[in-house]
Design a protein around this ligand. Structure first.
Ligand code: SAM
Length: 262
Protein backbone atom coordinates (compact mmCIF):
# COMPACT_ATOMS: atom_id res chain seq x y z
CA UNK A 1 0.00 0.00 0.00
CA UNK A 2 1.37 3.45 -0.88
CA UNK A 3 1.94 6.08 1.70
CA UNK A 4 -0.62 8.56 2.99
CA UNK A 5 -1.01 12.03 1.50
CA UNK A 6 -0.15 13.78 4.75
CA UNK A 7 -1.08 17.32 3.63
CA UNK A 8 -4.45 16.19 2.30
CA UNK A 9 -5.08 14.32 5.58
CA UNK A 10 -4.17 17.44 7.57
CA UNK A 11 -6.79 19.42 5.61
CA UNK A 12 -9.53 16.77 5.76
CA UNK A 13 -9.40 15.27 9.23
CA UNK A 14 -11.53 17.64 11.31
CA UNK A 15 -13.83 14.71 12.23
CA UNK A 16 -10.90 12.61 13.49
CA UNK A 17 -9.58 15.64 15.43
CA UNK A 18 -12.95 16.23 17.13
CA UNK A 19 -13.14 12.59 18.23
CA UNK A 20 -9.52 12.64 19.36
CA UNK A 21 -10.23 15.66 21.57
CA UNK A 22 -13.19 13.85 23.14
CA UNK A 23 -10.97 10.82 23.71
CA UNK A 24 -8.17 12.91 25.27
CA UNK A 25 -10.71 14.36 27.74
CA UNK A 26 -11.42 10.80 28.94
CA UNK A 27 -7.75 10.41 29.96
CA UNK A 28 -8.13 12.93 32.86
CA UNK A 29 -4.47 13.83 32.52
CA UNK A 30 -2.68 15.31 35.54
CA UNK A 31 0.07 16.98 33.52
CA UNK A 32 3.12 14.83 34.34
CA UNK A 33 2.37 11.66 32.35
CA UNK A 34 4.64 9.99 29.79
CA UNK A 35 2.45 9.17 26.79
CA UNK A 36 2.78 7.17 23.57
CA UNK A 37 0.48 8.24 20.70
CA UNK A 38 0.20 5.21 18.47
CA UNK A 39 -0.49 6.05 14.81
CA UNK A 40 0.01 9.77 15.38
CA UNK A 41 -0.61 10.82 11.76
CA UNK A 42 0.12 14.51 11.05
CA UNK A 43 0.83 15.13 14.75
CA UNK A 44 -1.89 17.62 15.66
CA UNK A 45 -3.50 15.25 18.16
CA UNK A 46 -0.07 14.36 19.59
CA UNK A 47 0.69 18.07 20.00
CA UNK A 48 -2.58 18.51 21.91
CA UNK A 49 -1.53 15.66 24.23
CA UNK A 50 1.84 17.39 24.75
CA UNK A 51 0.07 20.67 25.67
CA UNK A 52 -1.85 18.79 28.36
CA UNK A 53 1.25 17.28 30.00
CA UNK A 54 3.62 20.24 30.46
CA UNK A 55 5.65 18.29 33.04
CA UNK A 56 5.44 15.02 31.12
CA UNK A 57 6.38 13.96 27.59
CA UNK A 58 4.81 12.52 24.47
CA UNK A 59 6.19 10.33 21.70
CA UNK A 60 4.14 9.96 18.51
CA UNK A 61 4.86 6.99 16.26
CA UNK A 62 3.48 6.24 12.83
CA UNK A 63 4.35 3.85 10.02
CA UNK A 64 4.05 6.55 7.36
CA UNK A 65 7.20 8.50 6.52
CA UNK A 66 5.09 11.29 4.99
CA UNK A 67 3.05 11.67 8.18
CA UNK A 68 6.13 11.70 10.44
CA UNK A 69 7.92 14.23 8.18
CA UNK A 70 4.89 16.54 8.31
CA UNK A 71 4.47 16.12 12.08
CA UNK A 72 8.16 16.92 12.68
CA UNK A 73 8.00 19.99 10.46
CA UNK A 74 4.84 21.32 12.17
CA UNK A 75 6.02 20.64 15.74
CA UNK A 76 9.85 20.71 15.83
CA UNK A 77 11.30 19.47 19.11
CA UNK A 78 13.25 22.73 19.46
CA UNK A 79 9.87 24.49 19.86
CA UNK A 80 7.83 21.79 21.61
CA UNK A 81 10.39 20.31 23.96
CA UNK A 82 8.22 17.55 25.45
CA UNK A 83 7.18 16.13 22.05
CA UNK A 84 8.99 13.72 19.71
CA UNK A 85 7.96 11.80 16.59
CA UNK A 86 9.39 8.52 15.31
CA UNK A 87 8.61 6.41 12.28
CA UNK A 88 7.65 2.98 13.66
CA UNK A 89 5.18 0.24 12.84
CA UNK A 90 2.58 -0.43 15.55
CA UNK A 91 3.27 -4.16 15.16
CA UNK A 92 6.99 -3.70 15.93
CA UNK A 93 7.11 -1.37 18.92
CA UNK A 94 10.46 -1.38 20.71
CA UNK A 95 9.66 0.51 23.95
CA UNK A 96 10.21 -0.96 27.43
CA UNK A 97 8.44 0.00 30.71
CA UNK A 98 8.37 3.71 29.98
CA UNK A 99 4.82 4.98 29.38
CA UNK A 100 2.07 5.87 31.85
CA UNK A 101 -0.44 6.03 29.02
CA UNK A 102 -0.72 4.60 25.52
CA UNK A 103 -3.26 6.51 23.42
CA UNK A 104 -4.44 5.77 19.90
CA UNK A 105 -7.10 7.40 17.75
CA UNK A 106 -8.44 6.27 14.38
CA UNK A 107 -5.48 4.01 13.65
CA UNK A 108 -5.80 0.40 14.71
CA UNK A 109 -8.45 -0.57 12.13
CA UNK A 110 -5.57 -0.13 9.64
CA UNK A 111 -3.56 -2.85 11.37
CA UNK A 112 -4.02 -6.57 10.73
CA UNK A 113 -2.12 -8.12 13.66
CA UNK A 114 -3.62 -6.73 16.90
CA UNK A 115 -1.92 -9.40 19.00
CA UNK A 116 1.50 -8.06 17.97
CA UNK A 117 0.36 -4.48 18.69
CA UNK A 118 -0.92 -5.38 22.17
CA UNK A 119 2.27 -7.29 23.08
CA UNK A 120 4.31 -4.21 22.13
CA UNK A 121 1.99 -1.89 24.07
CA UNK A 122 2.16 -4.02 27.20
CA UNK A 123 5.96 -4.11 27.05
CA UNK A 124 6.11 -0.32 26.62
CA UNK A 125 3.87 0.45 29.61
CA UNK A 126 5.17 1.07 33.13
CA UNK A 127 3.53 -0.91 35.95
CA UNK A 128 -0.04 0.40 36.46
CA UNK A 129 0.18 2.09 33.07
CA UNK A 130 -3.03 2.29 31.05
CA UNK A 131 -4.16 2.25 27.45
CA UNK A 132 -7.02 4.13 25.77
CA UNK A 133 -7.63 3.16 22.15
CA UNK A 134 -10.36 4.14 19.73
CA UNK A 135 -10.65 2.65 16.25
CA UNK A 136 -13.23 1.73 13.66
CA UNK A 137 -15.12 -1.25 15.13
CA UNK A 138 -17.49 -3.96 13.99
CA UNK A 139 -20.15 -2.40 11.72
CA UNK A 140 -18.19 0.79 11.11
CA UNK A 141 -19.16 2.95 8.10
CA UNK A 142 -21.51 0.21 6.86
CA UNK A 143 -23.49 2.55 4.59
CA UNK A 144 -20.35 3.94 2.99
CA UNK A 145 -19.12 0.40 2.41
CA UNK A 146 -22.45 -0.41 0.76
CA UNK A 147 -22.06 2.57 -1.59
CA UNK A 148 -18.41 1.71 -2.30
CA UNK A 149 -19.29 -1.92 -3.05
CA UNK A 150 -22.13 -0.91 -5.37
CA UNK A 151 -19.76 1.32 -7.34
CA UNK A 152 -16.80 -1.06 -7.54
CA UNK A 153 -19.04 -3.96 -8.61
CA UNK A 154 -20.53 -1.89 -11.46
CA UNK A 155 -19.53 -2.56 -15.07
CA UNK A 156 -17.27 0.51 -15.21
CA UNK A 157 -15.07 -0.44 -12.27
CA UNK A 158 -15.27 -4.13 -11.41
CA UNK A 159 -12.26 -5.21 -13.50
CA UNK A 160 -9.95 -3.15 -11.26
CA UNK A 161 -11.22 -4.87 -8.10
CA UNK A 162 -11.07 -8.55 -8.99
CA UNK A 163 -8.19 -9.25 -6.56
CA UNK A 164 -9.05 -6.53 -4.07
CA UNK A 165 -9.25 -7.48 -0.39
CA UNK A 166 -11.06 -5.42 2.25
CA UNK A 167 -8.32 -3.20 3.73
CA UNK A 168 -9.63 -2.56 7.25
CA UNK A 169 -9.92 -4.62 10.41
CA UNK A 170 -13.11 -3.55 12.18
CA UNK A 171 -12.81 -5.65 15.35
CA UNK A 172 -15.50 -6.64 17.84
CA UNK A 173 -15.46 -6.13 21.65
CA UNK A 174 -15.31 -9.93 22.06
CA UNK A 175 -12.03 -10.06 20.13
CA UNK A 176 -10.44 -7.40 22.36
CA UNK A 177 -11.83 -8.98 25.55
CA UNK A 178 -10.04 -12.15 24.45
CA UNK A 179 -6.75 -10.53 23.34
CA UNK A 180 -6.12 -8.15 26.28
CA UNK A 181 -5.67 -10.76 29.07
CA UNK A 182 -3.59 -12.94 26.72
CA UNK A 183 -0.87 -10.24 26.73
CA UNK A 184 -1.26 -9.51 30.46
CA UNK A 185 -3.51 -6.42 30.30
CA UNK A 186 -6.62 -6.07 32.48
CA UNK A 187 -9.66 -4.93 30.47
CA UNK A 188 -11.47 -1.99 32.13
CA UNK A 189 -13.91 -1.03 29.36
CA UNK A 190 -14.35 -2.46 25.87
CA UNK A 191 -17.36 -1.15 23.98
CA UNK A 192 -18.75 -0.17 20.61
CA UNK A 193 -19.84 3.47 20.43
CA UNK A 194 -22.03 4.70 17.57
CA UNK A 195 -21.05 8.13 16.23
CA UNK A 196 -22.36 10.49 13.59
CA UNK A 197 -19.50 11.67 11.36
CA UNK A 198 -20.22 14.96 9.63
CA UNK A 199 -18.51 16.68 6.72
CA UNK A 200 -19.15 20.02 5.02
CA UNK A 201 -21.26 19.12 1.99
CA UNK A 202 -20.22 16.83 -0.85
CA UNK A 203 -16.75 18.46 -0.99
CA UNK A 204 -16.00 17.54 2.61
CA UNK A 205 -17.18 13.97 2.11
CA UNK A 206 -15.00 13.71 -1.02
CA UNK A 207 -12.00 14.91 0.97
CA UNK A 208 -12.55 12.19 3.56
CA UNK A 209 -13.03 9.46 0.92
CA UNK A 210 -9.91 10.63 -0.94
CA UNK A 211 -7.72 10.67 2.17
CA UNK A 212 -8.83 7.70 4.26
CA UNK A 213 -10.31 5.30 1.69
CA UNK A 214 -7.22 5.50 -0.51
CA UNK A 215 -6.65 1.71 -0.73
CA UNK A 216 -9.68 1.64 -3.06
CA UNK A 217 -8.38 4.56 -5.11
CA UNK A 218 -4.99 2.94 -5.51
CA UNK A 219 -6.65 -0.01 -7.26
CA UNK A 220 -7.45 2.21 -10.26
CA UNK A 221 -5.15 4.26 -12.54
CA UNK A 222 -4.25 7.66 -11.08
CA UNK A 223 -6.11 9.67 -13.72
CA UNK A 224 -9.36 7.87 -12.81
CA UNK A 225 -9.25 8.34 -9.05
CA UNK A 226 -11.20 11.61 -8.88
CA UNK A 227 -13.91 10.00 -10.99
CA UNK A 228 -14.11 7.05 -8.58
CA UNK A 229 -14.39 9.37 -5.56
CA UNK A 230 -17.17 11.33 -7.29
CA UNK A 231 -19.03 8.12 -8.15
CA UNK A 232 -18.85 6.84 -4.54
CA UNK A 233 -20.00 10.15 -3.07
CA UNK A 234 -22.78 10.50 -5.66
CA UNK A 235 -24.00 6.98 -4.87
CA UNK A 236 -23.89 7.57 -1.10
CA UNK A 237 -25.70 10.92 -1.28
CA UNK A 238 -28.53 9.41 -3.33
CA UNK A 239 -29.55 7.42 -0.24
CA UNK A 240 -28.17 9.74 2.47
CA UNK A 241 -28.66 13.29 1.18
CA UNK A 242 -26.94 16.38 2.56
CA UNK A 243 -28.82 17.72 5.62
CA UNK A 244 -30.52 21.10 5.87
CA UNK A 245 -27.44 22.27 7.78
CA UNK A 246 -25.33 21.64 4.66
CA UNK A 247 -23.56 18.70 6.31
CA UNK A 248 -23.22 15.10 5.18
CA UNK A 249 -23.74 12.44 7.83
CA UNK A 250 -22.13 9.00 8.05
CA UNK A 251 -23.04 6.45 10.75
CA UNK A 252 -19.80 5.24 12.28
CA UNK A 253 -19.15 2.60 14.93
CA UNK A 254 -16.07 3.07 17.08
CA UNK A 255 -14.50 0.42 19.26
CA UNK A 256 -13.16 1.99 22.46
CA UNK A 257 -10.75 0.02 24.64
CA UNK A 258 -9.47 0.86 28.11
CA UNK A 259 -7.11 -1.50 29.91
CA UNK A 260 -4.36 -1.47 32.55
CA UNK A 261 -1.05 -3.18 33.21
CA UNK A 262 -0.97 -4.78 36.69
C1 SAM B 1 -6.69 8.12 10.16
S1 SAM B 1 -4.99 8.35 10.57
C2 SAM B 1 -5.14 8.83 12.28
C3 SAM B 1 -4.04 9.78 12.68
C4 SAM B 1 -4.21 10.42 14.06
N1 SAM B 1 -4.18 9.43 15.12
C5 SAM B 1 -5.47 11.25 14.15
O1 SAM B 1 -6.31 10.97 15.02
O2 SAM B 1 -5.61 12.20 13.35
C6 SAM B 1 -4.38 6.68 10.67
C7 SAM B 1 -2.87 6.62 10.86
O3 SAM B 1 -2.53 5.26 11.15
C8 SAM B 1 -1.23 5.05 10.64
N2 SAM B 1 -0.97 3.61 10.55
C9 SAM B 1 -1.58 2.70 9.76
N3 SAM B 1 -1.04 1.48 9.95
C10 SAM B 1 -0.07 1.63 10.88
C11 SAM B 1 0.86 0.74 11.50
N4 SAM B 1 0.90 -0.57 11.18
N5 SAM B 1 1.71 1.25 12.41
C12 SAM B 1 1.70 2.56 12.74
N6 SAM B 1 0.87 3.45 12.17
C13 SAM B 1 -0.01 3.00 11.26
C14 SAM B 1 -1.30 5.74 9.29
O4 SAM B 1 -0.02 5.95 8.73
C15 SAM B 1 -2.06 7.02 9.64
O5 SAM B 1 -1.20 8.05 9.95
Amino acid sequence: MSDWNAQDYEQHSSAQLKWAQELIAKLNLKGHEKILDLGCGDGKVTAELARQVPSGSVIGVDRSEAMIDLAQSRYPQAQVVNLQFRQMDARQLSFRNQFDVVFSNATLHWVDDHDAVLKGLEAGLSAQGRILLQMGGQGNAAKIIEAVNAVIQSAQWHAYFEDFTFPYCFCSPAEYQHWLPKVGLIPRRVELIPKDMTHKGAEGLMGWIRTTWFPYLQAVPEQMRDELVTAIVHRYLQEHPIGEDGMTHVDMMRLEVEAEKP
